[in-house]
Design a protein around this ligand. Sequence first.
Ligand code: AZC
Length: 795
Amino acid sequence: MVGFTDEIGRYLETKFGNSIDEASERQVYQALMVKTRDKLSEKRFDYNKKLKDSKQKQAFYMSMEFLVGRTLRNNLFNLGLEKEVKDYLEKNGFTLDKIYDIEPDPGLGNGGLGRLASCYMDALTSQDYPMTGFSILYEFGIFKQVIHDGWQQEYPDNWLDLGSYGLAYRSDEEVEIKFYGSTREEWTDKGLKITHNDYTSVIAEPYDLLISGYHSEAVNTLRLWRAKANKGFNMKLFEKGEYARSVESDVIAESISKLLYPADDNDTGKALRIKQQYFFTSASLQQIVRNHYATYSTLDNLAEKVVIHINDTHPAMCIPELMRILLDEYEYSWEDAWNIVTKTFAYTNHTIMAEALEKWSVDLFKPILPRIYSIIAEINNRFCEWCKRIGALSELETMSIIHNNMIKMANLCIVSSYNVNGVSKLHSDILVEDTFKSFNRIYPGKFNNVTNGIAHRRWIAQSNPELTSYLNDLLKVDFVKDLSKIEKLYDYKDDRSVIEDLEKIKLLKKAQLSKYIKESTGINVDNESIFDVQVKRLHEYKRQLLNALHIVYLYRKIKFDGLRPVPRTFIFGAKASSGYAMAKNIIKFICTLSEMIEADPVVRNYVKVVFLEDYRVTLAEKIIPAANVSEQISQAGKEASGTGNMKLMLNGALTLGTMDGANVEIHEAVGDKNIFIFGLSTPEVNELIKNGYRPIDYYRSSSEIRDTLEFIRTINLNGSNFNNIVDYLINSDPYMCLADFHSYVEKQKEVENTYLDKNKWGSMSLVNIAKAGIFSADRSTEEYAKNIWNIDIVK
Ligand code: AZC
């Protein structure tokens, strides 16, 4: 049998005419990417056959975002080929890690929601569940962030240049997507027939990224659609003399799969976003229906064989699209079509932030998708009629799908799906008690919870191989296969020698990160200092600003009051959406603090501030294993779950957080003694809002707050001042940084004192690792599979 490395050698010979010792790193990279993809294709063939033969139910996961991260290492690891490849390359003068570094990080997502989608694909595949992901092949993923003079600048991320080797183009499965035009109603002997005329059509080309599982038989597919102009259609118009319209398809196609919107919370008023959403949902639905019909010659049993998951509201147009296909193409009656649709979709909500609950103005939407609009309007009419009948009329203002000329996509999802879930206990409670209270009343039992989870194989086994191999030797259980087994580590919580070993590994990971920090920022950091990490998207509600206020507080205390705290390195990583001015100001503020501290011969011995640019999956893999403290300090009630908190915990960082999102469950898992909780709770926040939050009262009544804020006014580095931030805090402070300031500062002192007790800290850290089992994406996806989707593994 020809081994994998023989195939690499042969590829280099036939493709480049080089033997391995003559090849360049770039050629070796290409050979590995292509051959790994081929290997997965072969496996996929066998798996698909079994899946087809079994005729079992399958899940389809619709998401505008998948933050896959680099694929090569993950695939070699999962296929059990990493060691063989590493040895082979070493023998020939190459380092595998350097080859890995050539791969661009496919940034097809913004943050938590996109990364979760990828963690779930990995986990489901590792457990042999049949699931297909659908999204868009963005030519430019999330922008590359460069920090220039403290300001974020955005550069295009041309990932396909080197990233496309992992993709397989499936020319046989192209579909046509129709935009604009008009609809015509016509009564025939079969009832009302609706046709869509004068539309502009765009072709969706499928590219498949094959997803491997850890020691599993399954290979699942992430299908990414790329838009292409419909040339055939063009020609006809051209011949008819309609020159302008003949290029419409080019114009639309050119823009649709061009770029990922870099805002993770707000897309109002963007026609292109509507087109993107319809483009990928229509393409995916058409394909699902076509395949189903080819197998069963009917769609009557669609809901028995297919479940379609809607990852937040971005893919909500799946719903009217399936209605359209059933009504217009397969001539179902409205009642029969609706009966199928309402058994097919499940929806996850990922945020309660009002600005992120998608709404489209009818005036914008209707011309772009006239037929889809008419279906949504009809769903709404029937829903409103029904509400009248059941006596829920008074709540229609919040529940109706179209209200004040706006289409509310979350309402469409709730009305049309058989299941709605939140992503942590607290978040799911808020959904039924507050955000979607009326819906919960009319649809009892429709709402439930699945707490998020992470792909632990990436977040510990691959990014922290030192810790993994130590735990493997110590525990002698296969926690990489089943993370719940890591709990065995708990038995060692008082074992000094184990605690010391873990500490040594942490120090090693910190040294690796320090090296990266030095190379990328020039800053020397002390490996013995507390590595205090806040990495996530930049948002006011996540309160990077509260963290910065504490840094200013420390700066003043060291500089003016002689405080000598335990040395600490504050590490930030965060992208701000390009149109989000306050977020960009906060980045500038943090970078200015860093510069100001570096220039101070005393303060810099105790505090360092490092802002690492271009935070992305690959960078997270470097930072997370090195963290001592995990900052999860959002205003209570605002962070739906958080998943970075889980990754950090699994790597032994201690959470410093509010009772928000999944922090609540981390607290429950590790116990009060092994976490640092501070700040207002969700009910307290709500109470304060109700009574009228006045940040100026906190400013007036606390000299610490006053001194900190007034000191910020004096900072003036290279012509930048931060009066705007101070005024914002005093006059509005929407996320209550001032209200939580004292309790945060006090907790930070406790963090510091605890760190001085190495043994205690080490034991706490150990408990966090041991209790991370429930946050595996294997657990979450198992809940989806069993409780929501009703799918089985492929045997
Ligand atoms: C995020 C939530 O903000 C985060 O709390 C959660 O962990 C994550 O989803 C996964 O569920 N939301 C987003 O990234 N984006 C939107 C639109 O919600």
